[in-house]
Design a binder for this molecule. Structure first.
Ligand SMILES: Cc1ncc(COP(=O)(O)O)c(C=O)c1O
Length: 361
């Protein structure tokens, strides 16, 4: 069976170095020495991302929540997010008492920047564009909208480590929230995340929240449960970060191989904006009757997946059918993702493409 993603194969090349790195943690004599490992990773990630600061936390969801809180987003404030994203983007908004407002997406599966403005009301305080599947949102237009309406801009970069908008890393100009969950491009083993930012005041507020200092005045978020990235995750992610260029290069190479080898004209590879750097966390295709395709691929020992449904149509968020979200409603049900993890072989990709090409609708 060719798995959609196989963590053991994904980490195989880095395992020895990761174990060595974790081993060094046993020589640390106290929590301050352990904490230094996370701090070193934070410095390295900030440098990599061209951000002034970075803070390691226990998940991408926590990263989003803290970013919202230090940006002054309060109960019942509205936050615009794309309806097509992993549910955590919306839950982070709900968890701090704010309300997610769903925006439509474009054919490239990122938020439609031209449909954001008419969702803005006086309660709207922030926008979270999501660089989904490793593809980059149209940031110039979104930035302009945020400036015009004085809204906070937080980028959900959970699926786009290393991706670039017009030559600049995602999350380097605004607050960037990254998940380092096992399924991501720079991944630990289990759960963790990183926040990047350039604003010293917000950075210090989050720091105080993570490591409360009773001599300082408590700020609005310092009552929270500790949620720092632990030293073991930091040790593992350090090795991934040292190899990130190799990982991204392979992801782009896998995408290229799929593009070159798929010739079934009933199947459309989702195109991305070539002026940006897409890091292909996922390879997405558009196909009619995806259930039939998924069963066919399974019969051929290939696991493919439909990852997300538009949130406004899910049981949890079900809102009235909304005409402005029509692209999401039409498009998302046809999206299927193909295996493309670091560690998949060229032979496996060729076999997957052969089966795709033999597929008849
Ligand atoms: C787009 C997106 N946002 C947020 C998250 C939340 O990250 P985590 O699972 O680390 O909390 C994820 C990852 O799962 C994600 O893919």
């Amino acid at each position: 069976m060719i798995k959609f993603c196989d963590y053991s194969k994904k980490n195989q090349n880095f395992k020895k170095d990761m174990i060595k790195e974790i081993y060094t943690l046993f020589n640390k004599t106290n929590e301050y020495e352990l904490e230094k490992c996370t701090q070193e990773l934070e410095k390295k990630f900030a440098r990599y991302n061209n951000s002034t600061f970075s803070i390691g936390v226990n998940s991408g969801t926590t990263a989003l929540q803290l970013a919202l809180l230090v940006s002054g987003i309060k109960k019942n404030n509205k936050v615009i997010i794309p309806t097509y994203t992993y549910i955590a983007t919306a839950l982070a908004v709900l968890n701090i008492g704010a309300i997610p407002i769903f925006a439509d997406i474009k054919e490239d599966l990122t938020i439609d920047e031209n449909k954001i403005e008419n969702l803005i009301t006086k309660e709207t305080k922030a926008i979270i564009p999501v660089h989904l599947h490793g593809n980059v949102c149209e940031m110039d237009k979104i930035n302009k909208i945020c400036e015009k309406y004085n809204l906070t801009l937080i980028e959900d970069c959970s699926q786009a480590h290393g991706a670039e908008y017009k030559g600049e890393k995602v999350g380097s100009k605004n607050i960037g929230c990254f998940s380092m969950h096992s399924s991501k491009i720079i991944s630990g083993l289990g759960s963790s995340g990183i926040i990047t930012m350039n604003n010293k005041e917000k950075y210090e507020q989050i720091k105080e929240c993570l490591l409360p200092n009773s001599n300082k005045t408590n700020n609005i978020i310092s009552k929270r449960t500790p949620c720092k990235m632990d030293a073991i995750q930091a040790a593992i992610i350090k090795i991934k970060l040292e190899n990130v260029e190799k990982i991204i290069e392979r992801k782009i190479n896998i995408a290229q191989k799929y593009k070159e080898n798929i010739s079934n004209n009933k199947i459309k590879l989702i195109e991305t904006n070539l002026k940006n750097k897409n890091v292909y966390r996922d390879i997405c295709i558009k196909i009619d009757n995806p259930d039939k395709f998924i069963s066919y691929m399974k019969e051929n020992d290939i696991e493919v997946k439909q990852l997300y449904a538009p949130l406004h149509l899910t049981k949890f968020f079900k809102t009235n059918k909304n005409k402005t979200l029509s692209i999401s409603e039409e498009l998302c049900k046809k999206i299927v993702c193909l295996p493309n993890y670091y560690g998949i072989t060229d032979e496996e990709i060729v076999y997957i493409c052969e089966k795709i090409n033999e597929y008849k609708l």
